[in-house]
Ligand binder design. Structure first.
Ligand code: ZN
Ligand code: ZN
Length: 267
């Protein structure tokens, strides 16, 4: 598995890495394919700079070439939106056909899971329940033709300001996870295994085996793997661990995408 489907560059508001540096690193690692997934957020609490200038992105992307790594054009679209703003997001996504759209949430009721306020007065399992419910609420309002995959369902694992174990376990949010999986699987959508949460694991085992197993039980057959690298050092980060966990959970394939069509590869 040598495809990283979650890579940012300085086109995103929170990265200062030139896209060429990411490509060079992917080449050095011998990856087959990377997909840039630049942030597209509208009405976002962190500000206007998170809005993606799609025409500018397209032009800059057209100049990126590599003889060794396939480069795909993707978007990470924020779906933690009020219902009335979805038509606007959909218009933007329709205006720029690309290879892959990762739908993800970076806030819940305008509170950032990186903000300690998000965890005030609630347990970590409750924080995950709130977060995964926000994903479900958002994804149900987005035209399924306009996204490919749901990103980082365990995002609060990164934001939780705790020294102790902040991994997501299925038992923390069984109803919320089931609701999400039961909605996306019949639509032919998948979930992402995002290895950026692995960065703070220390000696702990990488998360996901239990919720991936549930995903498989409910009919999920494929995933994407993404490092969420905003700088070169994290491209392809701990993909061997991620693949092992997905395999153990029974996931059959990973997907890459070409103009929104999934291509399945045996895991
Ligand atoms: Zn994200
Ligand atoms: Zn990202």
């Amino acid at each position: 598995m040598r495809c990283d489907y979650h890579v940012h560059s300085s086109i995103s508001a929170d990265s200062s890495t030139n896209a060429l540096e990411q490509i060079k690193q992917a080449e050095a690692l011998g990856l087959d394919e990377i997909c840039f997934t630049e942030h597209l957020e509208i009405y976002f609490h962190r500000g206007e700079e998170w809005h993606l200038d799609l025409q500018d992105y397209k032009q800059r992307f057209a100049q990126l070439i590599s003889s060794r790594v396939k480069i795909k054009l993707g978007i990470e679209a924020g779906i933690a939106l009020a219902a009335e703003h979805f038509p606007e997001l959909e218009d933007e996504l329709r205006s720029m056909p690309c290879d892959f759209v990762l739908a993800s949430a970076h806030s819940v009721d305008n509170i950032d899971p990186f903000d300690p306020a998000f965890y005030e007065g609630k347990t970590l399992p409750q924080a995950f329940r709130d977060y995964i419910s926000a994903i479900s609420n958002g994804i149900k309002q987005l035209d399924p033709d306009l996204y490919s995959c749901v990103g980082h369902i365990d995002f609060p694992a990164k934001g939780a300001h705790t020294e102790s174990d902040s991994r997501l376990f299925y038992r923390y949010a069984p109803d919320e996870i089931d609701t999400l999986f039961r909605y996306i699987i019949p639509l032919g959508k998948c979930i992402e295994v995002n290895t950026s949460t692995y960065r703070k694991l220390g000696q702990l085992k990488p998360p996901g085996e239990d919720w991936l197993r549930r995903y498989v039980q409910l009919g999920g057959e494929f995933v994407t793997f993404g490092s969420d690298a905003h700088s070169p050092k994290y491209i392809g980060y701990r993909f061997d661990d991620a693949v092992e966990i997905a395999r153990r959970a029974g996931v059959k394939y990973y997907a890459t995408y070409d103009r929104m069509k999934p291509i399945f590869h045996k895991l």
